[in-house]
Design a binder for this molecule. Structure first.
Ligand code: IMP
Length: 191
């Protein structure tokens, strides 16, 4: 039963947690790469009004920083999909938990993803959003895991390619934990 005063069990401070492994990308490296992505997007979308579509929950930290590196008028909308749940394995099943508020017809859509692993989530989302008749649709993914893709998805903007290990932080979680780490590190498992 939950303690009514302190809420769910908290455990050690996240930075001391033995589940956290090697740092894969530091916050400085992430910030520098996002500045480059933002500059490129600014260049590419000059004269258009891009609609950034954030795929919750994992991309919420990334889009907050990316949006501020795009020096153009933009709009932002959010959708939530469920993929892994509390596990680290892809179920291959994608479910829209919250849909967009804005109509995509005639819009220049930039889909902002945290990490592309098997590519199944992205493949589903791309088909779903293209059916809404946008003027254009491109994808910006902060991370792509090397060698795991089951589909050939075209990614216009990629932050980093990373090795196979499961990672945490900067919006990425395991069982809803560690999203608030300012860097990205490997997950060592729980014990
Ligand atoms: P895919 O459908 O296999 O490409 O998985 C994409 C989704 O799974 C991402 O949007 C994340 O939410 C989640 N995911 C994949 N790899 C990781 C990881 O290393 N850490 C945390 N979440 C991940």
């Amino acid at each position: 039963m939950l303690d009514p005063v302190s809420g769910p069990p908290v455990g050690p401070h996240v930075l001391d947690d033995p589940a956290l492994g090697r740092i894969v990308k530091s916050s400085d490296e992430i910030a520098a790469r996002i500045a480059e992505l933002g500059a490129q997007i600014t260049e590419d979308y000059r004269g258009r009004l891009p609609l950034l579509v954030c795929v919750l929950k994992g991309a919420f930290v990334f889009i907050a920083d990316l949006a501020r590196e795009i020096h153009l008028p933009i709009e932002v909308d959010f959708m939530a999909v469920a993929s892994y749940g509390a596990s680290t394995k892809s179920s291959g099943v994608v479910r829209i938990v919250k849909d967009l508020d804005i109509d995509l017809a005639g819009r220049h859509v930039l889909l902002v993803e945290d990490i592309v692993d098997s590519g199944l989530t992205l493949s589903y989302l791309r088909r779903n959003l293209l059916a809404r008749d946008p003027a254009s649709m491109e994808v910006c993914a902060l991370f792509v895991r090397q060698g795991n893709q089951k589909t050939q998805e075209e990614l216009r903007y990629v932050g980093f390619e990373i090795p196979p290990a499961f990672v945490l932080g900067y919006g990425l979680d395991v069982g809803e934990r560690f999203r608030n780490l300012p860097y990205v590190c490997e997950y060592r498992g729980e014990g």
